[in-house]
Design a protein. Structure first.
Length: 475
């Protein structure tokens, strides 16, 4: 079923009405979700009518429609990509067998862990971003924030559906717990560290959506290979929506850079104090924000050696990004992969079993993809005549997870003493002064077609609308 049924209380393409027990359970969870949205969703936005896209199909062409809607009335639902009757498992010990439509009992605990961890990230990012609408640099940006928020809410629904349908009472309890944890809460934090960090301003938001939503892309891509077909089909459609989130991040940073380059050209200087005095964000601050969000995000991939990662792959629960395009045997027994460690004050590579290094494989795929976007930002700076270039730091920089956790490493890959790290850290990571300066720029701009002075307008609007379109109507 590719067309989505909007006549149901919960829009879906999974024939939910045919399973009355499941339908009642999800309809019972729905009010709790709305209560969470009211409490922890975008602040002071309940009366806004927002120009949002809503999924109407899971087919590649024409899958969404656009229109103004109050976010509280957004039709969150359950959408899976179409299944393929002939689909087989194409990696791990079950390679060549038919994919599973029902939950194998022996994999129940691991699949629940995977689904809960993925599901926990979705409401977390909404919570992290809930106050950003109060300082939006334009209606265009405000609309993009809200689009991401409602789609993260829908991604939560995708995982909650799997928990309710396939995990019984345990699944229902886990689904409720997803609404009880809260980003940054000292007593009930979100599961993953990056989703407890603050997103205090719009530069942080753009970096988050560029880097951390890109982690989402790679995690979802790996889960889209799963032998558990309902999970694979759910995450494939989530990837369709995730692309816009990364676009918002990449284009947002690019627009910050374009405005900064314009100011530097007008002033004929790259002096950060003069750039700041002119109301733009200096490139050093942009680099420090980049360093922070990049390093926090690559920790999300987990330890560089992990027996859990090996188990998930061998049992068919989680593949690699674009598994089908790889040319190895898709079993990986006897194969090795290089990981880093510090030995006698030096950073060295060592070979470890590839099955145990699959977190590192996915992290390296993410790094290549991230570097490509940073290269595009640098081309913008080059075209504008700026000599400065941005770069991603070494993957051992500022790490808190795995063998590299706590190692003092410079962005260019030099092992440092604690004294050297403390002396240089303000050059590499955002300082309190950086955060205060960026916060000082965050005045709300809501007139159609107007933009804050620290960011350039986009080249085109949303869905072929003009840039000065009324993307948000205030009630």
């Amino acid at each position: 079923m590719s067309t989505i049924d909007y006549s149901e209380k919960i829009p879906n393409n999974v024939n939910l009405g045919e399973d009355r027990t499941l339908q009642r359970a999800l309809e019972g969870w729905q009010p709790h979700f709305i209560d969470w949205w009211d409490d922890m969703g975008p602040a002071s936005s309940s009366q806004h009518e927002v120009y949002l896209r809503t999924a109407v199909s899971v087919e590649p062409d024409g899958w969404a429609r656009f229109g103004h809607v109050k976010m509280r009335d957004y039709r969150w639902g359950i959408f899976l990509n179409p299944g393929a009757a002939e689909r087989e498992i194409h990696f791990g010990d079950h390679k060549g067998e038919k994919v599973w439509q029902d939950l194998p009992g022996e994999h129940r605990a691991n699949l629940r862990r995977i689904i809960v961890t993925q599901g926990d990230t979705e409401p977390a990012s909404v919570e992290q971003q809930r106050h950003l609408g109060l300082t939006a640099p334009s209606l265009y940006d405000l609309r993009n924030l809200f689009q991401i928020n409602v789609e993260e809410g829908r991604h939560l629904w995708a995982m909650v559906y799997l928990l309710h349908k396939h995990f019984g009472r345990d699944g229902r309890e886990e689904a409720q717990a997803l609404l009880q944890r809260s980003a940054g809460d000292a007593n009930h934090p979100r599961i993953l560290g990056a989703f407890n960090e603050k997103t205090p301003d719009w530069l942080a938001f753009f970096m988050f959506t560029y880097f951390t939503d890109r982690d989402g892309k790679f995690q979802l891509s790996a889960l889209a290979e799963s032998a558990f077909d309902p999970l694979a089909r759910s995450t494939r459609f989530m990837l369709t929506e995730e692309a816009h989130h990364m676009f918002v991040g990449e284009s947002g940073v690019a627009r910050v850079l374009a405005r900064t380059a314009q100011v530097m050209g007008q002033l004929k200087t790259d002096d950060p104090h003069k750039v700041r005095a002119a109301g733009a964000i200096d490139l050093g601050t942009v680099q420090r924000y980049l360093n922070f969000h990049y390093s926090v995000t690559i920790d999300l991939f987990g330890a560089d050696q992990s027996s859990n990662a090996a188990t998930f792959y061998s049992t068919g629960l989680k593949g690699r990004h674009e598994e089908g395009k790889r040319t190895d045997d898709h079993v990986l027994q006897g194969q090795t992969y290089k990981v880093l460690e510090v030995r006698a004050g030096q950073l060295i590579e060592k070979d470890v079993p590839m099955l145990n290094a699959l977190n590192e494989v996915l992290r390296d795929d993410f790094i290549k993809d991230s570097v490509a976007g940073v290269t595009r930002w640098n081309k913008l700076l080059e075209k504008a005549g700026c000599a400065t270039r941005l770069s991603v730091p070494h993957k051992a920089f500022n790490r808190r997870i795995g063998a590299l956790a706590g190692i003092r490493m410079s962005p260019d890959g030099r092992v440092l003493s604690e004294q050297e790290w403390q002396a240089c850290q303000p050059q590499w990571l955002p300082t309190a002064q950086d955060l205060a300066f960026v916060a000082s720029l965050m005045g709300r701009v809501v007139e159609p077609g107007r933009f804050a002075g620290w960011i350039a307008p986009p080249a085109i609007g949303i869905n072929r609308q003009p840039v000065d379109f009324e993307y948000v109507r205030f009630g």
